[in-house]
Design a binder for this molecule. Structure first.
Ligand code: CUA
Length: 147
């Protein structure tokens, strides 16, 4: 029983394409510095939201979500800042999305999510909760002001 010549060629081509796509995906992620959200199970969830300055243009944000507000809900940073965001929730599951940025995290009670983001353009970036969390959900938002 021998495999048809074209069948074998099609299989080889399919495998080759998979390799090409994989290399392109990894290459682009490294080249563009794309960070994927990470869930920390060993990072103790915090009870207070705050902004910690780590360097001249380096910040760490502990973002606490609750019904129905973000803490802190107004963050001011200079343009060009690199921000490491840790999110958690004190009550139910909320969403954490920064408009015009590729940041879309969940805030989960008892767990911490992390993501890094760089703000290279000045402006006001709205933070919205994109996970239905009860009556006050539509009014749950905040802002990041980049100067
Ligand atoms: Cu919090 Cu919707």
């Amino acid at each position: 029983m021998s495999m048809d010549r074209f069948e074998s060629l099609a299989l080889k081509m399919a495998f080759g394409l998979m390799v090409v796509f994989f290399v392109a995906l990894v290459g682009l992620a490294v080249l563009k510095g794309i960070d994927v959200p990470t869930c920390f199970t060993d990072f103790p969830p915090f009870k207070e939201g705050k902004v910690i300055q780590k360097g001249e243009k380096e910040y760490e944000v502990h973002l606490l979500a609750r019904m129905w507000a973000f803490q802190p809900n107004r963050i001011e940073i200079p343009v060009g800042s690199k921000v490491t965001i840790y999110t958690t929730s004190i009550d139910v599951q909320h969403g954490f999305e920064i408009e015009r940025k590729v940041v879309n995290l969940m805030t989960i009670p008892g767990a911490v999510n992390k993501m890094e983001v760089v703000f290279n353009k000045p402006g006001t970036y709205r933070i919205v909760c994109n996970e239905y969390c009860g009556m006050g959900h539509p009014s749950m938002y905040g802002e990041i002001i980049v100067k």
